[in-house]
Design a protein around this ligand. Structure first.
Ligand code: SF4
Length: 162
């Protein structure tokens, strides 16, 4: 038996990016930022019927230092916006954001001076789960899209000039 066929049968080869991204995408630790009614559907997504644990994301992190996925759910007022931004800033890189609900996409029905007309005005948004409120399946879909996004990440950036 040649060396090449022995290696094919016994050695699993991958790249650093694929190995790290596989671990990351299957163990996202969400920071639940429930700020109004959409948060009820976020809670439903965690329960046994929808079972977020299937995606390895059931471990919610109430400390931003130990979270890599912020799920913002609800109506964002300008009064609350600095708090959301501060918590986002406290999360270490790499990190991703899901905006849940029509209010966070466009302000929803609140075309008002007091409501932020889209979460993207405060922090970068990776995925939207749309609806008023979005169903748990919609949030699961957004999480699966984040997983796809994580799969495409490059782990080690080439170092710049010293
Ligand atoms: S999108 Fe609808 S359910 Fe969600 S926070 Fe806005 S009003 Fe509430």
């Amino acid at each position: 038996m040649g060396l090449e066929s022995q290696i094919q049968d016994t050695v699993f080869l991958t790249t650093l990016d694929k190995a790290v991204n596989w671990g990351r995408k299957n163990s996202l630790w969400p920071m639940p930022m429930g700020i109004s009614c959409c948060a009820i559907e976020m809670m439903a997504t965690l329960c046994s019927r929808y079972d977020l644990a299937r995606f390895g994301s059931e471990r919610l992190s109430y400390s931003p230092r130990q979270a890599d996925l912020m799920i913002v759910a609800g109506t964002l007022t300008w009064k609350m916006a600095p708090v959301v931004r501060k918590i986002y800033d406290q999360m270490p890189e790499p990190k991703w954001v899901i905006a849940m609900g029509a209010c966070l996409a466009t302000g929803g029905m609140y075309d008002s001076y007091s409501v932020v007309q889209g979460l993207h005005r405060i922090i970068p948004v990776d995925q939207y789960a749309l609806g008023c409120p979005p169903r748990p399946e919609n949030l699961l879909n957004a999480i699966m899209k984040i997983q796809e996004q994580v799969s495409r990440e490059t782990v080690a950036e080439p170092s710049g000039e010293d």
